[in-house]
Design a protein around this ligand. Structure first.
Ligand code: HEC
Length: 197
């Protein structure tokens, strides 16, 4: 018998395959463009690099039920206000240092990397660095000679990676910028520095 059911005909499945593939392709393009707009520096969740000229607070948001970064008053990194271009150059230099020294070999950044050492996403806000007057310098000194410090009581020490002062300052800029990113409350349970006026 040659009367084939419509749902078992070859042409039906061929058309279905073409429509599903074409539909998925359109959805994928939409999602890609949407993600790009969400992760671009200067978008709602990822502030422009010049955010390093400001205080970054991390406060509990009742509605969203987790902590979110709040960009506060002007508080330039190393006391020097930078233009957007200067800030971008400095943060990029820091990012290059983080890549060149392979910090992800031990740390996670935005959740990516290894679990040997603490996540660095909000490390700018770690109370361990002390008050805002000394924090930046503490971080620079830690990055340049971490082997001398007993830090979070992990029982692990970070090795000296031969980071120069210029690289350390740029890395601190990168870490400050990263702390300003809205990561939907990640890392969970992070206890930020207290920043009263
Ligand atoms: C070989 C492993 C290793 C590598 C590579 C490494 N770290 Fe670490 N790092 C550690 C360990 C372990 C600690 C915790 C030290 C402690 O608690 O005393 C740490 C702590 C830190 C802290 C303090 C975290 C906080 O929130 O207080 C910062 C900041 C940091 N590292 C930055 C970096 C950067 C930037 C790089 C790359 C340039 C890097 N680390 C590369 C092992 C590493």
């Amino acid at each position: 018998m040659s009367d084939i059911q419509w749902w078992s005909s070859e042409s039906f499945w061929r058309k279905t395959a073409i429509w599903v593939t074409a539909g998925s392709f359109v959805v994928l393009i939409f999602l890609t463009l949407h993600s790009m707009s969400e992760i671009w520096a200067g978008s709602k969740r990822v502030p422009a690099y010049s955010v390093i000229n400001h205080r970054i607070d991390y406060v509990f948001d009742e509605k969203r039920n987790f902590q979110v970064p709040v960009i506060g008053v002007e508080e330039p990194l190393f006391g020097k206000k930078l233009t957007e271009e200067e800030a971008e150059a400095l943060v990029s230099r820091g990012k290059l240092t983080v890549q060149a020294k392979n910090c992800m070999n031990c740390h996670t950044l935005l959740g990516n990397g290894a679990y040997y050492a603490p996540d660095l996403t909000k490390s700018w806000l770690d109370p361990w660095w002390g008050s805002k007057e000394v924090r930046e310098q503490q971080m620079v000194e830690f990055l340049m000679s971490p082997q001398d410090r007993v830090h979070n009581g992990l029982g692990r020490r970070m090795p000296n990676l031969g980071i120069t002062e210029e690289e350390a300052r740029a890395t601190v800029a990168f870490l400050k910028w990263m702390a300003s990113i809205d990561t939907n409350g990640f890392p969970y349970n992070f206890k930020p520095i207290k920043q009263e006026n």
